[in-house]
Design a protein around this ligand. Structure first.
Ligand SMILES: *Cc1c(COP(=O)(O)O)cnc(C)c1O
Length: 394
């Protein structure tokens, strides 16, 4: 084999996003043992910084050693036992995946659905949960940031619904929101949340930060059966991350260096500033997209800042546009999934990728490619509109 030199890309898809160069540099550090006192300090730093990021006091706040999907799997395998009723809010691919995992765990699934591209009506969730008369749902699971559609599910509204169902645990997927949108675990009394390193944290894929409330830990301790997954069994994993430091599996050392540096970058920037940056770049992008004569899929109040979904205009070739973006400009964006395949583009502005240069470059590239394809757009209008949006905020 010859050497592999990855091409330079600008990653504006649904993930991975561009890793911060400081994160990549941190990964190149020498390996040390997973029980080396210096590594134990790295683990402590990560746990306390993750608590700040998740806005929680939860003791059990750790990275699972695998991508975001493992965080999702860990959530359900640890909390669900056969026969438990689990309500899942489904309005896209990731809600659908949660539902799949629930049934694999032997859970009894209660589907609460909304159309793809739309948010949930809290009253519809309340009525669905009320149907369970004798035993309330053990868990209500929601995707905070649905990456397949660009829809945000506001956690305050969900919390309000669950105040009527005090026994039900709140489980949240915040893979595409953590580090880009406010994720306030304690304020919204979220019982279990998981995320991933490769979206708004701007690390490579490879770790999945999770956090569990005392209520969730009580459920875990009170299980009738052992957790069916050995690798993801938090009763064992927590002993390695906690005071006991018992060997369970070898932590991915370099990925933990990466996450520590990513968290350090977030502390330096400040959470509020970081959310503000994601919001501002999103708003500038939307201004540019609309000036081009294109439309967003999602209503303004439900839009994610980290993942923007743009309707593909009639007569425009989806695959050709995405391939030109990649080949001519080095920009990766995502296509639609499921019912939205061929109908939308997914433009991620996550973490390190969420910056003004990328917004302006992408808008110019899209305008150029669409014009070559005969789509009539006023040249320069998108950049002008985006610049106006930035100026209005400055
Ligand atoms: C990306 C993503 C996942 C899965 O994360 P991986 O790192 O791809 O395993 C889960 N949920 C949501 C909402 C995501 O966007």
């Amino acid at each position: 084999m010859r050497e592999f030199h990855p091409p330079r890309r600008i990653l504006l898809g649904p993930g991975p996003s561009d890793a911060d160069p400081r994160v990549l540099a941190a990964m190149a550090g020498s390996l040390i043992g997973h029980l080396d006192p210096e590594f134990l300090r790295v683990m402590d730093d990560i746990q306390s910084s993750l608590r700040l990021l998740f806005q929680t006091q939860n003791r059990l706040t750790i990275p699972i050693s695998a991508t975001g999907s493992a965080g999702m799997e860990a959530a359900f395998v640890n909390l669900v036992e056969p026969g438990d009723t689990v309500a899942v809010c489904i309005n896209g691919v990731f809600g659908e995946r949660m539902a799949d995992i629930v049934t694999r765990c032997g859970g009894v699934l209660l589907r609460i659905e909304a159309d793809w591209g739309h948010s949930f009506d809290p009253d519809a969730i309340r009525s669905a949960l009320k149907v369970l008369k004798t035993v309330p749902a053990k868990i209500l699971a929601v995707v905070h940031a649905e990456t397949s559609t660009g829809v945000l599910t506001p956690l305050d509204a969900i919390r309000e619904v669950l105040d009527d169902f005090p026994e039900t645990l709140l489980l949240v997927d915040c893979v595409t929101s953590l580090g880009g949108h406010p994720v306030e675990i304690d304020k919204h009394r979220v019982d279990f949340a998981y995320s991933g390193t490769q979206k708004c944290l701007s690390c490579p894929p490879g770790l999945s930060p999770i956090t569990a409330s005392i209520k969730a830990i009580d459920v875990l301790r009170g299980r009738k059966n052992k957790v069916q997954s050995w690798y993801l069994d938090l009763t064992m994993v927590e002993k390695y991350w906690g005071a006991e430091r018992t060997y369970h599996h070898t932590a991915p050392i370099s990925m933990n260096y990466a996450l520590r540096e990513a968290l350090r970058l977030i502390e330096e920037e400040g959470l509020e500033n970081r959310w503000g940056r994601h919001r501002q770049n999103h708003q500038a992008l939307v201004a540019g997209i609309e000036a081009l004569g294109l439309q967003m899929l999602v209503r303004p109040e439900n839009r994610l800042w980290s993942l923007n979904t743009v309707r593909i205009p009639d007569g425009v070739n989806d695959a050709k546009v995405r391939s030109s973006l990649l080949q001519e400009f080095g920009i990766e964006i995502g296509g639609g999934l499921g019912p939205l395949k061929g109908k939308i583009w997914r433009v991620g502005l996550m973490g390190y990728s969420s910056n003004r240069n990328n917004v302006l470059l992408f808008l110019n590239a899209l305008e150029t490619i669409l014009s070559q394809d005969g789509f009539r757009a006023q040249r320069g209008a998108a950049i002008d509109a985006a610049e106006k949006a930035y100026a209005a905020k400055a």
